[in-house]
Design a protein around this ligand. Structure first.
Ligand code: FCB
Length: 449
């Protein structure tokens, strides 16, 4: 997925989507059928919301000036999680995705911090008490500094070291949580850290290293899949896959079509091949945008294409504040495609950075409509988690990417809910049909892909 400021970001007139650009509403609010028991809520990640995550490689890079912004206190969610979950519950959410900060739980190679572990048990308890299904991510882009210093994901025993941490977490949290995501967006992590060189460990075009890191992340997934299943009865384990729709810029140009196919293999297939069969109970889908690619320039860009910055692509939607095209119909393709695996799908992220609340509401409506159509056409989608609960530290975009369902005043830490909160609630509580998600949860018993 293109990030703001990356060489591949579609930075063409980064037109903020305006409400007048949008298709006109008929005047009546839409309502879509969602199955009884469908999971819905929001997603966050530790480094983006907790504040003062001093022991990881992002914090270190922020303080060495290697990334443009500092996370600092961000939303102080480490202290304010109870109030934040109260808020989400008052908005009707029945699920919440968050990540455990590895560097808090294991601040040194031979030391686990019991207080940090207790904190995350409390987070899960608080969610359960409020009737919100916890969806736990074990790795969301950040690594403990000690792990990064010993070679990070390039070190041959990285998967074992990660699995050791996972084992400790899972033994502590136990079956208080059923949904587990091992790794968030392995392809984005590797691309940003080993190819684009914009995130730690800042390697540029290290193709061999990128492959080695991806390979180790896949081994880490496999090991931790097994570990989670050994410790908890019938957990539901996946990773969060960033799934862009990839299309050729010139549909008639063989080179563009081939570049789109190669890029699609790298971004949408390779990691699944690397993890192999038998270690997914569902598929976590993070969907934001489409990539239109053109084969041009150096060998890499001939082969994989570069993201085309021109306007006027077929069915082009408007661009968000950070330059991501809104392309809801792509979500339909993605859901159908990954649904063919026979595994249930959970949308683990989808959202927009915008200052225009009508645009955000429209974005959510359009994507939910597509999900309900996919469900109607037989795809087993069990939930939707909006990115994100509240404005937070957005990596190289700092605090300047308003994705949140609530705005956050960084001085007072006051959360101000945005209008889409009510629309989301309305969409999810109207037009219910059969209890599909509940059926899935009863029948799921650690099957695989
Ligand atoms: C995804 C990341 C998440 C956030 C959103 C906007 O790629 O998983 O942390 O940055 O993009």
């Amino acid at each position: 997925m293109p990030k703001k400021g990356t060489p591949e970001a579609c930075s063409n007139p980064l037109i903020e989507m305006k409400s007048q650009d949008q298709p006109q509403d008929s005047g009546t609010s839409p309502s879509y059928p969602f199955p009884e028991g469908f999971l819905w809520g929001a997603a966050t990640s530790s480094h983006q919301v907790e504040g003062d995550n001093r022991f990881n490689d992002w914090w270190e890079s922020e303080h060495e000036g290697r990334v443009p912004h500092r996370s600092g206190a961000t939303c102080r969610h480490y202290e304010l999680f109870r109030e934040d979950f109260d808020l989400a519950r008052s908005w009707g959410h029945n699920a919440h995705r968050f990540s455990i900060e590895w560097s808090r739980v294991q601040p040194a190679p031979n030391r686990f911090d019991n207080e940090a572990l207790r904190h995350y048990v409390e987070v899960v308890n608080v969610l359960n008490d409020r009737g919100m299904e916890p969806v736990v991510t074990l790795h969301h882009f950040t690594n403990p500094s000690w792990f990064a210093r010993r070679g990070g994901w390039l070190s041959s025993d990285a998967p074992r070291v990660f699995d050791n941490y996972v084992e400790r977490v899972v033994q502590t949290v136990g079956n208080r949580a059923r949904f587990w995501l091992t790794i968030n967006e392995p392809t984005v992590y590797v691309r940003q850290g080993y190819i684009a060189g914009q995130w730690p460990p800042f390697k540029s075009r290290g193709w061999r290293q990128a492959y080695a890191a991806l390979h180790n992340l896949a081994r880490a997934h496999r090991l931790s899949y097994r570990t989670i299943h050994q410790v908890i009865p019938a957990p539901l384990v996946s990773f969060a896959h960033n799934a862009p729709v990839i299309e050729p810029c010139r549909a008639t140009a063989w080179a563009d079509r081939s570049a789109a196919a190669v890029r699609d293999f790298v971004l949408n297939r390779l990691f699944f091949r690397l993890i192999g069969p038998g270690c997914l109970d569902f598929v976590g889908i993070n969907y934001y945008t489409r990539m239109v690619v053109r084969s041009q320039g150096n060998v890499t860009n001939l082969l994989l294409g570069s993201v085309c910055r021109a306007h006027g692509h077929r069915g082009q939607g408007p661009f968000s504040k950070i330059g991501w095209e809104s392309y809801p119909q792509g979500l339909f393709e993605i859901l159908q495609r990954f649904g063919r695996s026979g595994l249930p799908l959970l949308v683990t992220e989808n959202g927009i950075a915008t200052d225009d609340e009508q645009v955000r509401t429209r974005f959510i409506e359009q994507h939910l409509k597509v999900i309900s159509q996919a469900i109607e056409s037989g795809t087993n989608v069990i939930g939707y988690l909006y990115w994100t609960l509240m404005d937070s530290f957005e990596w190289t975009d700092g605090m300047e990417a308003p994705f949140g369902l609530a705005a956050v005043d960084s001085k007072t830490q006051k959360r101000t809910p945005r209008p889409c909160v009510e629309e989301l609630k309305r969409l999810f509580t109207s037009g219910r049909t059969e209890p599909q998600a509940q059926r899935f949860m009863r029948s799921a018993s650690g099957s695989n892909g």
